[in-house]
Design a protein around this ligand. Sequence first.
Ligand SMILES: [Zn+2]
Ligand SMILES: [Zn+2]
Length: 559
Amino acid sequence: MNNYEIADHFALLSKLMDIHGENSFKSKSYSIAAYNIEKLPREIAEMDDAELFASKGIGDSTGKKIREIQGTGKLDVLEKILAATPPGVLEMLQIKGLGPKKIAVIWKEMAIETLGELEYACNENRLAAVKGFGAKTQDSVLQSITYYRQNQGYHLWAEVENTAKELVAQLSKAFPQNKFILTGAIRRQSEVVEFVEIVSDLSRDEVVKQFEPLPDTVIEEEPNNRLTVRIPNQPAIKFYLCDAAAIWHTVFMTTGSDEFLAYFISKYKVPEIPESEEAIFREHSLSYIPPALRETEGIVDRAAVHTMSELITPNDIKGIIHSHSTWSDGMDTIEKMAKAARDQGLEYLVISDHSQAAYYANGLSPERIAAQHQEIDALNEKLAPFKIFKSIEADILGDGSLDYSSSVLNTFDLVIASVHSNLKMTLEKAMDRITAAIHNPYTTILGHPTGRLLLSREGYPVDHKKIIDMCAAYDVVIEINAHPKRLDIDWRWIEYAMEKGVLLSIDPDAHSIAGFRDVYYGVMTAQKGGLTPGHNLSSYTLQEFETFLSGYRTKKEAK
Ligand SMILES: [Zn+2]
Ligand SMILES: [Zn+2]
């Protein structure tokens, strides 16, 4: 289990205690524990007790619970409270706008225990009438229920990747003679996945024997030797079972998207007993198509005419662009972040705290910006040749203007422009704001272009093609926000952006040193879009980055 998964146990426990109206001091301490676990600088699995228990905000009691989760896969107190919660009430936690307090009212006072009942109550306007709710909340609850239904059973890739790898490792250990290979959406690095899909030559009976004893587990048999294993509170596992000789055939046939496979099969024969996956491509004189790219018809045709370009890898990232320090809502000081980046072999750090409109995030006034710049200047003298760049994540305000006067904007090395407020808007309004920001001569990077949060918020509507075209015309870099919940801009637009000569930038939007590691998720999603290091700003070396910034200024001034 990775840190995010462990933190989820504590976060859920805290929310359930609030729903049940239990000791609020205790529930708060669990939510703080969840927060601290997410901010740990290293994976818990790599820490010994001494290090873990001494980590910031962990301590003995939380430390012991963490070890319990690692040892048993569960947390006893959580299991108990889960057993006392109707499943429908638990589901309500997935509905945006419903916190534990509101859920408690819905459950205890309105006696509603399922999402279906809640939906019905909204349609009858009953929720709007309850104190503390109102018509607006009711509307957003209804919308959110619809959205939740569409995404039910799906998980963030970042949340299942480790579970999936661990499962494969466990099975491989238990059955050393057999093969277990991840396939499907996980192997394609899809941002959200429904199943952990595994190809194996293990027998059907053995699979059943492994999972049948687990409590409340359902095993569904499907034709063609497929089994789906559903364990409560875990992503469903799909097994594709086959003879050992057919392993690579099955891996190939289950990895690609439907579109990719249908097209591939219409043009080429997939050998029944290939010696490897590469052999399938070789047989037809095709370039090997990495799993991440097996999404579209187009990639099949491309593999026939030329070799695949070199995809970006985590090692190609040379600097951290887009990060928040203790000056706004970050967890770590600039100095700590810079040293950590340097120690990880990175060459530079772009500090882009929140701008003044983001008062909830302690956004920076012009006076504080001046003070921050002094601190950065001093640190740069101390840490050279490592370099910290002065930036800001400037709010794109309602009218599309950036959050400071030109004279303040002029003091930054680069500006990231992002929408954070009034996210509920029409396509026209959203495009007006973004257009103005792209036209602003101070905008260097357009931050998280749609504001989406995968599986929880759709993001405001935008015309991606228009945004990319404008960024091409105005030399604005488009961010690939690497937070596993954002992965925004969507990878499906990377290819078009590269065609138009628009630079992209894989940015972790780090709010702590630990946040640097999100760059990995950005790289994984960017691979799906075929991103090459040359098209990625955060792959620039320090020297290239400085040249880019100075050239950028001159170009903009000429416009
Ligand atoms: Zn932001
Ligand atoms: Zn940010």
